[in-house]
Design a binder for this molecule. Structure first.
Ligand code: NDP
Ligand code: DGY
Length: 322
């Protein structure tokens, strides 16, 4: 069973593969992504591929791999980087890593929300630059969660974990949107299912935790931001492409919304001269939602176990239904 691992991953994950009998592991042993040409040549003839969200696994890669490729295991819960139609057509099984990163990502979403609404980075910068001259009643004020309405786009695993963490801050009302109402998931928060437009209009905080799909791509656009309150805060920890970034820039620059916190952007990394980085009311993080040591280690082990189970023709711990 020859497998190709597209990056340096936590050692615990690699160990699972290298200790598996009959498993021949090749790895792109670098912190940086495997160059495309290298990926295309290294996948040739492999049976298993362990990849990351930054690897675009499309028809070209599948062709380069050849008919021997049986399993793709991504060390992520998101799978928008995988050409699922092509993969399904070729009978390849796919593993992914849900649940194990939910807590870490929800925690980061809350941290990002608080950083944006309470202007933490801007305020800390003032301390460093000498802008802190005295305690001023109207200086560095922001918006708090107490008595607020929070709108969650995508009340899935992470969306629910965010709501669970925000509730004790005194949130008055939760709204959510998605492909349909989920009364069982919503009951814990008394959350109301509403159309996207109403969620934009009534929320003091919008948190995006949906998957990137054709339906969600560009969903947060000019119309969406124009419906939000001037005092509202927008947070995205799903995928950058859910947001139209030009429209978000305009909304932030023109004061149509109060602030934003983004853990994900288009592209990634965001060029350092990108207009969004010039805004004081926009906090941008480098896609670190799941970045705790423990979580990344667990993700790597799960991805390795998914791969091995798939190669052995056994049920995977977490297989994506195609
Ligand atoms: P889930 O599958 O549990 O949740 C995805 C949610 O997306 C579902 O609730 C689904 O709602 C919703 N959704 C689908 N279509 C729409 C739509 N048209 N409008 C609104 N919502 C929609 O996945 P997770 O919660 O585990 O992960 C969610 C995403 O978060 C991942 O796909 C990934 O992209 C991202 N992520 C980012 C991380 C980071 O580091 N920043 C870390 C981990 C994940 P419904 O069920 O109603 O269809
Ligand atoms: C995912 O898993 O989809 C995240 O974006 C990174 O953990």
């Amino acid at each position: 069973m020859s497998v190709f691992v597209t990056r340096r991953i936590p050692a615990e994950g690699l160990r699972v593969l290298s200790q598996a009998s009959g498993c021949r592991v090749q790895q792109w042993d670098s912190e940086e992504p495997v160059p495309r040409a290298e990926l295309l040549s290294r996948v040739a003839g492999t049976r298993g591929l362990l990849c990351l969200l930054s690897d675009r696994i499309d028809r070209e890669v599948l062709d380069a791999a050849g008919p021997g490729l049986k399993v793709i295991s991504t060390m992520s819960v998101g799978f928008d980087h995988l050409a699922l139609d092509e993969i399904k057509k070729r009978g390849i099984r796919v593993g992914y890593t849900p649940d194990v990163l939910t807590d870490a990502t929800a925690e980061l979403s809350v941290a990002l929300l608080l950083s944006a609404c309470r202007r933490l980075l801007e305020a800390a910068q003032q301390v460093k630059s000498g802008g802190w001259t005295t305690w001023k009643p109207l200086w560095m004020c922001g918006y708090g969660l107490s008595d607020s309405t929070v709108g969650i786009i995508g009340l899935g695993r992470i969306g629910q974990a965010v709501a669970r963490r925000l509730k004790p801050f005194g949130v008055k009302k939760f709204l959510y949107t998605g492909s349909g109402p989920k009364p069982e998931s919503a009951a814990e928060f008394g959350a109301e299912f509403v159309p996207l437009t109403r969620l934009a209009e009534e929320s003091d905080f919008v948190v995006v935790t949906c998957a990137l799909t054709p339906a969600t791509q560009g969903m947060c656009n000019k119309d969406f931001f124009s419906r939000m309150k001037k005092t509202s805060v927008f947070v995205n920890t799903s995928r950058g492409a859910v947001v139209n970034q030009e429209d978000l820039y305009d909304a932030l620059a023109q004061g149509q919304i109060a602030a934003a916190g983004l853990d994900v952007t288009t592209p990634e990394p965001l060029p350092t001269d990108h207009p969004l980085l010039s805004l004081k009311n926009c906090v941008i993080l480098p896609h670190i939602g799941s970045a705790t040591y423990a979580t990344r280690s667990t993700m790597a082990v799960l991805a390795a176990n998914n791969l091995l189970a798939g190669l052995r023709g056994e049920p995977m711990p977490h297989e994506l239904k195609l």
